[in-house]
Design a protein around this ligand. Structure first.
Ligand code: GTP
Ligand code: MG
Length: 269
């Protein structure tokens, strides 16, 4: 970790965004926890830096964020803790970086998850969006790199996307700060219930599968009473996900929830 990266930029503290105070690394109490998730290279750390005033490493190659970084900001008098996660293509991933992100989204229980997507690769990015919407009640989709999209003459009907996904969809160009005030407003509305999220969920039609899920959820709740997202875990067990089966067998599974509450510092790749 380089000490210069821990410093806060004095200029960044002076926010041009109304009602925003960037806190940098701040270990006080928070009203809300916000996770930044998304595919690699979509601009998560750029959004993180904009909101916290920190200098988490960014660059044009995937895999820069190697562990989760924490920072803070105040918006409309509420204190937010922001967690920048490594990029992940799916929640079923097995690499270490992707496990960090997956476990935090699944078991860290942030108050809201911002899913940062690359507008120029929307279809590919929607795979992870839909997976995250399966396991969280509150999310905001940050439709980033809209400057690049418009350079390629790509037009996205964000209102339709918002209706289909059931969560706010906010176009941004994080590198130059466009859309960040609207993103903050979206987060504010979601955490306060002003925007009632109805995340898109895939309907399971098979009675047999529904019964199997219910049985497993009952057992998981008994053994791991504090475990969130037991339905997702049950589905993975039915699929035969070896990483989860092994973690249950060797007893490390119960540490997952606890581990998510541990504090981590900004680490630069
Ligand atoms: N043109 C443009 N470039 C952007 C925008 N947002 C971020 N970038 C650039 O995209 C690259 C990747 O940004 P990062 O913030 O590092 O992406 P990330 O999602 O944190 O990447 P990982 O940590 O590897 O998952 C950097 O070169 C950014 O400057 C944007 O809105 N428009
Ligand atoms: Mg990053």
């Amino acid at each position: 970790m380089k000490s210069k990266n821990r410093k806060q930029c004095a200029e960044c503290k002076k926010s041009s965004t109304d009602h925003l105070t960037r806190l940098g690394i701040h270990s006080g109490k928070y009203d809300f926890t916000v996770a930044l998730a998304g595919n690699p290279n979509t601009g998560k750390s750029t959004v993180f830096n904009r909101l916290t005033g920190l200098h988490q490493h960014t660059g044009n190659w995937p895999g820069k964020t190697v562990t989760r970084a924490e920072g803070g900001f105040i918006y409309q008098e509420k204190r937010y803790k922001l967690i920048d996660l490594p990029g992940t293509y799916s929640l079923l991933s097995n690499t270490r970086d992707e496990e960090i992100a997956r476990n935090y989204i699944l078991f860290g229980q942030p108050d809201v998850t911002i899913i940062v997507v690359d507008s120029t690769r929307l279809e590919r990015n929607l795979n992870l969006v839909l997976q995250i919407l399966e396991i969280t009640e509150k999310a905001v989709v940050c439709l980033n790199l809209v400057d690049e999209a418009s350079r390629h003459q790509l037009k996205i009907d964000e209102k339709k996307l918002m209706r289909d996904l059931g969560v706010p969809v906010i176009p941004t160009s994080a590198r130059n700060g466009d859309g960040i005030p609207k993103l903050l407003q979206g987060i504010h509305e979601v955490v306060h219930g002003i925007y009632p999220c109805k995340p898109h969920r895939i309907r399971i039609e098979s009675e047999q599968l529904k019964n199997a899920i219910d049985t497993l959820v009952g057992k998981l709740d008994e053994i791991y009473p504090d475990l969130p997202n037991t339905r997702w875990v049950a589905l993975r067990l039915i699929e035969g996900d070896q990483s989860i089966i092994q973690a249950i067998k060797n007893g490390t599974f119960k540490n997952l929830v606890f581990d998510q509450t541990k504090k981590e510092e900004v680490i630069v790749a």
